[in-house]
Design a binder for this molecule. Structure first.
Ligand code: 0GY
Length: 317
């Protein structure tokens, strides 16, 4: 177990330079008004570097500011989460050292989702599992990664399935028609990031989101994160009428999914919010968004406690 290098807010250590226009995560988020249920899990967040200790991957498409494990744990405590699921970010490629370090330092309070290549060995999978990794991420967002051939991904699935891991998939809504059959054939649990990134200016009852809902309906092994309103929203963190409700244009999409699939939804902050262009969210405000999409204590408990508990901390694990 190593100590994370000290890094100041907004800094990128190790001689790296942030991508021009990079927005740094927000320091000093509001304490949420919404009281998270006991045992709540932030099921989608990342660590970046620190670059000095965990260099960013040569093949990365962006260079972020550092976002260390200690800074993530401080956010967890401030917002009132109990645990985290840390997802390998593309800026680290398939070098999972920063993720593994964060998992080890979390003392059982974090699980991980890694990125691996087709040549990953049993010994490497064992090491990742022992650190707390329970899934791999396949990314199809073109601005983030170069496309990996399907046969490579199938080979990875065959290797991770015996470990009881799942596959996290990240894609844009417009790519679902092409990827539908491949995704439907994945034999493990599958978790879709951010509801497959719907265009929220379209009708939540329309064709595009309808295909996503059909995908979930037809595949009972598919779960989704109803996260990232700040990434999907066009109206932004305040409603147009000035009320204290955030990201209202995303609400009909997320609420629809939570209500139809209450046992297969997860939620996370997405801290430190890579690649946002127009604003950086206050993570406290993101927590206060939750009652808009999970409107009863029962739904909130499933979304934030029971579902991530079942997937990442099953009994006896
Ligand atoms: C997210 C979203 C993004 C980035 C990554 O791994 C990543 O680099 O996931 C994005 O830019 O949309 O879920 O963090």
């Amino acid at each position: 177990m190593s100590d994370t290098a000290t890094t100041r807010h907004g800094e990128t250590t190790g001689g790296f330079e942030k991508t021009p226009g990079w927005l740094d995560w927000y320091d000093g988020p509001t304490k949420p008004t919404f009281q998270l249920p006991e045992g709540a899990v932030d099921a989608h967040c990342h660590v970046f570097g620190p670059g000095e200790q965990f260099p960013f991957a040569p093949e990365r498409k962006y260079t972020p500011c550092d976002a260390s494990a200690d800074q993530l744990f401080a956010l967890r405590d401030r917002l009132g989460f109990e645990r985290n699921v840390i997802v390998q970010a593309t800026c680290h490629g398939a070098d999972n050292r920063a993720l593994v370090d964060a998992l080890k330092r979390a003392g059982g309070r974090a699980r991980g989702v890694a990125t691996v290549r087709r040549d990953v060995t049993e010994a490497q999978l064992r090491e990742l599992h022992e650190a707390g990794v329970r899934g791999v991420r396949f990314n199809f967002v073109k601005r983030l990664v170069d496309r990996v051939p399907t046969d490579s991904l199938e080979e990875i699935v065959a290797k991770i399935k015996p470990w009881g891991w799942h596959v996290v998939i990240y894609f844009e809504a417009e790519d679902l028609p092409d990827l539908y059959d491949f995704f439907s054939a994945i034999p493990t649990d599958v978790v879709v990031d951010h509801m497959g990134r719907p265009d929220v200016t379209k009708d939540p009852e329309g064709e595009e989101f309808g295909l996503f809902l059909r995908f979930m309906r037809e595949n009972p092994n598919v779960w989704t994160k109803v996260s990232c309103p700040e990434r999907l929203s066009v109206t932004g963190p305040r409603a147009l009428d000035g009320e204290q409700h955030a990201y209202t244009d995303v609400v009909p999409f997320a609420r629809r999914v939570v209500e139809e699939f209450p046992d297969r939804v997860l939620w996370g902050t997405d801290w430190p919010h890579p690649n946002l262009k127009d604003h950086m969210p206050d993570d406290g405000l993101l927590v206060d968004y939750l009652p808009q999409i999970a409107t009863t204590p029962e739904l909130q408990k499933k979304l934030l406690v029971d579902n991530p508990g079942r997937l990442y901390w099953p009994k006896g694990s």
